[in-house]
Design a protein around this ligand. Structure first.
Ligand code: CAA
Ligand code: NAD
Length: 288
């Protein structure tokens, strides 16, 4: 199988933007599509800031940053992704929205060699793959972590239809992108979010019950357990909307009410307090 030359990324939020960035740094051409033009503009600015930081720290040469930026094209229609030989979907964590997209992708990319990867945090790859019809064997979970340029892992998740060849190629591409791929089976939340997200949810319950204030909850987990960020700070960083969506998938997918999202977490989402991306979640983030 020939080497991947062009990756299409769908969704230019914090994950899509980061995945596009590391792919471009790895020498791959990237086309990024988002339904919101403003999201594409923000993505460019975030990538520039991240790449500049890596140059400042001596982790990337200025010429390599310039070359990477030159490999990234932002587009405003799905049609313009045609010609890519690998697709990574990084849109909202909603099974219906993702399945609608994968049905379109399977029609747009009928070629056998084009892999249709999802960066979903929790949704069944088997279920997403059903939307791709005859293309189901080319659908795979390729789960990057936030912030993508700094986090080492890609969790690779085969659905029951995914071909062995596609899994091997996903592992190879993740490695080429500078990451360490580790495989998990297709159960709601896979490994990462099955373990991480209930802990975050529990931190919201502890706050709601008045066991401690957010600063103390986060401080205790940072200083006592050596976490780089406390669970509530991390929830803001991930996006509280995404946290609720993941908990919903765990509760449904694992048939257990113990995974229901904490009312306090849901209330912040209802109020539009989604975390870093809206400037306020558990904490406030003044515009920088
Ligand atoms: N690109 C380039 N540089 C970056 C960056 C990025 N995206 N983000 C942060 N940095 C830089 C900072 O600018 C900073 O540089 P200086 O040292 O020059 O100031 C440096 O990295 C360290 O950052 P900070 O000082 O802000 O803080 P830190 O030491 O805590 O590191 C962190 C930041 C790597 C994000 C660290 O806090 C961390 O590991 N946090 C936990 C992240 C985590 O758990 N991610 C997984 C989330 S779950 C998930 O992704 C799966 C899902 O499906 C929800
Ligand atoms: P985000 O809200 O930052 O970005 C999502 C982007 O997708 C937005 O720019 C939005 O405009 C765009 N979008 C929504 N529907 C679209 C559509 N139909 N077509 C094209 N673009 C569309 O979200 P994010 O944090 O980048 O998360 C994206 C995916 O990655 C989710 O599935 C999430 O669960 C997963 N994920 C998130 C994290 C995290 O820490 N935030 C980590 C790993 C995986």
């Amino acid at each position: 199988m020939s080497e991947v030359k062009t990756i299409a990324i769908i969704g230019s939020g914090q994950m899509g933007g980061g995945i596009a960035q590391i792919a471009a740094v790895a020498g791959i051409n990237v086309i990024v599509y988002d339904t919101f033009p403003a999201a594409l503009e923000k993505c460019k600015a975030v990538q520039k800031k991240s790449l500049s930081k890596l140059v400042e720290k001596g982790k990337l040469a200025q010429a390599d940053m310039d070359a990477a930026v030159g490999r990234i094209k932002m587009v405003g229609t799905l049609e313009e992704l045609k010609g890519a030989d690998w697709v990574v979907e990084a849109i909202v964590e909603d099974a219906k929205v993702k399945k609608d997209l994968f049905a379109k992708l399977a029609a747009m990319f009928p070629q056998e060699h084009v892999v249709l990867a999802s960066n979903t945090s929790s949704i069944s790859i088997t279920e997403i793959a059903t939307a791709a019809g005859a293309g189901a064997s080319r659908v795979v979970g390729m789960h990057f972590f936030n912030p993508v340029p700094l986090m080492q892992l890609v969790e690779v998740i085969p659905g029951i239809q995914t071909s062995k060849d596609v899994v091997e190629r996903t592992i190879a591409l993740s490695t080429r992108m500078g990451k360490t791929p580790l495989k998990a089976n297709d159960r709601a939340g896979f490994i990462s979010n099955r373990v991480l997200m209930p802990m975050i949810n529990e931190a919201f319950y502890a706050w709601m019950e008045g066991v401690a204030e957010p600063e103390a909850i986060d401080g205790i987990m940072k200083l006592g357990c050596n976490f780089p960020m406390g669970p509530l700070r991390l929830a803001d960083y991930i996006g509280l909307d995404t946290c609720v969506n993941i908990m919903n998938v765990l509760a449904e997918g694992l048939n257990n009410d113990r995974y229901r999202a904490c009312p306090m977490l849901k209330q912040l989402v209802s109020a539009g307090r989604l975390g870093d991306k809206t400037g306020r979640g558990v904490y406030e983030y003044p515009a920088r």
